[in-house]
Design a protein around this ligand. Sequence first.
Ligand code: ATP
Ligand code: MG
Length: 413
Amino acid sequence: MAKIINIIKGAKDILPCEVEQWHKLEKNALDIFGLYGYKEIRTPIFEATELFARGVGDTTDIVNKEMYTFEKSERLLTLRPENTAGVVRSFIENGMFRLPAPVKLWYKGPMFRYERPQAGRQRQFHQVGVEMFGIKEPAADAEVILLAVEYLKSLGLNDLQVEINSIGCPQCREEYKRKIKDVLKPELDNLCEDCKTRYEKNPLRLLDCKNESCKRIFEKPGIYDVINSDYICQDCKEHYEKLKSYLNDSDISYKENKLLVRGLDYYNRTVFEIKSNCLGAQNAVCGGGRYDNLVKNLGGEDTPAVGWAMGMERLNSLTEKIEPEKLKAYVVCEYPQEALKLTQEIRGYGFSAEFDLSGKKFVKQLEKAAKKAQYAVILGDDELKNNKVSVKNLETSCQITVNRNELKSALTQ
Ligand code: ATP
Ligand code: MG
């Protein structure tokens, strides 16, 4: 036998028995994001490597360790590890800053990160996300958080924790970074290797470390006090306070988390995550925030923006499994030509239907119908002679014989 070729490590097939759950995620996104005025955008799954290096930031884990990059015709290309950079590129390239603000875009699709595969973490995974461009006021931050919560509710997920924080603006953050570096200096040798690099390149990211021994260091009294100190400037504070008042008014329960800094470089002011207690170590379903400088940094007009992304595999593992639907009808008839005609007629009513394509006997066909369909539509010699069909409800075993022109209504009873 020929050697089997296996799927790539960290990738997963979405099988027919799972796909209806995915349809639900996608349909609810289309419906609910539409209610908030969002339009879908579909960008390519590969982009110039430079877009991510500049857009996501070259001190991030994504750019440093996780990108799938390859060369083609002397250009470096990368499979997208996230979709904000691609959406921003398209926003700029297609002159969307000329549209009336806010421009609201949503997307869904596969992302690629070279990470260690484990529960809730794949190398090809899927995200659904939203981006709102053109509004600097905190009402925009509140609305995107509200949208995330509404979407999760539509999937039956009510019991999730929203965590928010403000990481200030590049100006007020500088002073904070310096303080963090000063207070952690004596502990430098005790931090993990990643944190040692972060200490030099991006000290704020230290707080994001998942390593338990680093977390314990950050909880030491003297260090904890510095991390928890109020450092954001007056404007950033006002923005944050207003966001909280909008959230209070909208009944969303949230928790403030000073250690929430998010892994991407482009955020400023508001950052947030939505977490579930049922997901183990990989407990974040949604991550997002404000990124007022990204459009400008990627060469566009100065445009404030805010958005989030959710991991669709993690959403699926939290939502109830949907059983694949059975066929509406299976035509049982020993004359293929007649069977085909009748099956087409049923499909024409908008019902799913199949018939036996391999010439099996009547009883075998009936057995197949019981496995695959809600109704068996039987066309035997008697029925053919009298221009009738028999309809058997395969759940109740109740069978009726009707005129051909009554078949449609018989299939809805
Ligand atoms: P994590 O801390 O879990 O690595 P992240 O901060 O890297 O997440 P984001 O870049 O904010 O994640 O992506 C948003 C969401 O996408 C995450 O909250 C998570 O649900 C999902 N996600 C991110 N990476 C993966 C992955 N490798 N496999 C599956 N889902 C992922
Ligand atoms: Mg990550």
